[in-house]
Design a protein around this ligand. Structure first.
Ligand SMILES: [Ca+2]
Ligand SMILES: [Ca+2]
Ligand SMILES: [Ca+2]
Ligand SMILES: [Ca+2]
Length: 341
């Protein structure tokens, strides 16, 4: 079912499927060992960061900058091809001195990747599996741009290369948005950065057209908005259905029916749909009376909202553990209470 949405996405990958297909289709193609490839990729990335700088002083003055303002340049070389010192060190910064080094495990491989954070962003951060509204520009280490946006686009992070799942949650969205006279939107204090990804967090053995196998990827991005995803619409947000908290939702399957929890509408397989094992609640907020919206507690999630003449109606569902055994009802096959009957 994911394939239908994937075909529209420029950043799409299906790492596992694509890798397997290659094994089937070709007698001589052997997918690289992820651990060995990561050693090679990391050396290339570190060399890149040691030999490139960016226009750091531009970002010292507070303001809402764009990806087009980020200028990454290779160090100058002498006639023998040896690198020379960085020009204008009061204005520029070597990338290796400016990036944060991050480590995460993906596909049983320990990956190092690098993030240049130019602005964190004043709004909420996405989870690894949420919708995001972004501008971005993707390039290879030789500075060839392979993909970019003219206007911001919506993505489900889960449909993108794995690196985005790790990097974007470390940034915030815009603090505020205003509508311009021409109808366009202006965002203030949004996330702005650059990610430097090894191929294993990129396309790995399934490169985009015109891209080499095992290409390291560099993405500049502006993060404007996010929206929590509930892929199976069972009331439990996908990030909560990542039970083991490894930022990968495909390996959580409580009832072992080969349907991971985030795509399973009866997570414990007890015949009662998950949505019916959550306790529904309705809040009515009359803004005409100055009433404030409720702050939802842990385990309570908004399902819908409508506004009518200043009155907001918010419907929520709440995860409950009736037996108090530490396993919420929707994951406990011995509990079959239907709260919607
Ligand atoms: Ca769900
Ligand atoms: Ca399941
Ligand atoms: Ca589910
Ligand atoms: Ca159930």
């Amino acid at each position: 079912m994911k394939l239908k949405t994937l075909r529209f996405l420029p950043l799409l990958i299906l790492v596992i499927v694509a890798s397997c297909n290659r094994d089937d289709d070709s007698d001589d193609f052997v997918v690289a060992d992820r651990g060995e490839q990561q050693v090679i990729d990391n050396e290339l990335l570190v060399t890149y960061l040691q030999t490139h700088y960016y226009n750091a002083s531009t970002f010292e003055t507070p303001g809402d900058y764009h990806i087009s303002d980020i200028i990454i340049t290779e160090l100058p070389k002498d006639d023998d091809g040896n690198y020379l010192p960085m020009p204008d060190p009061d204005q520029n910064a070597l990338l290796i001195d400016a990036v944060e080094t991050k480590v995460d495990t993906f596909a049983d491989t320990r990956y190092e990747y690098y993030v240049l954070k130019l602005n964190h962003g004043g709004g909420p951060s996405p989870h690894f599996c949420d919708m995001v509204y972004v501008n971005y520009s993707g390039m290879l280490e030789d500075h060839d741009e392979f993909d970019s946006t003219v206007n911001p686009v919506n993505f489900d992070i889960m449909n993108l290369i794995p690196g985005w799942s790790y990097v974007l949650p470390d940034f915030g969205t815009a603090e505020s948005v205003a509508t311009n006279p021409d109808g366009t939107l202006s965002y203030t204090n949004y996330g702005l950065g650059v990610m430097f990804l090894p191929s294993g967090l990129g396309y790995f053995a399934s490169p985009n057209a015109g891209m080499s196998l095992y290409s390291n990827l560099i993405f500049k991005f502006e993060l404007y908005q996010t929206k929590v995803n509930d892929h199976d619409n069972d009331g439990v947000p996908t990030y909560i259905e990542d039970l083991n908290g490894n930022k990968y939702a495909f390996d959580d399957d409580t009832d072992n029916d080969s349907s991971p929890n985030f795509l399973d509408t009866d997570d414990d397989g007890d015949g009662v749909l998950t949505i019916n094992e959550l306790v529904p609640n309705t809040y009515t907020v009359d803004t005409n009376l100055g009433e404030e919206e409720p702050v939802l507690g842990e385990g309570e999630f908004e399902r819908s909202r409508t506004t009518n003449a200043g009155v907001i109606t918010i419907k929520t569902v709440k995860i409950v553990d009736t037996t108090g055994n530490g396993i919420p009802d929707y994951l406990d096959s011995s509990v079959t209470i239907n709260y919607n009957e």
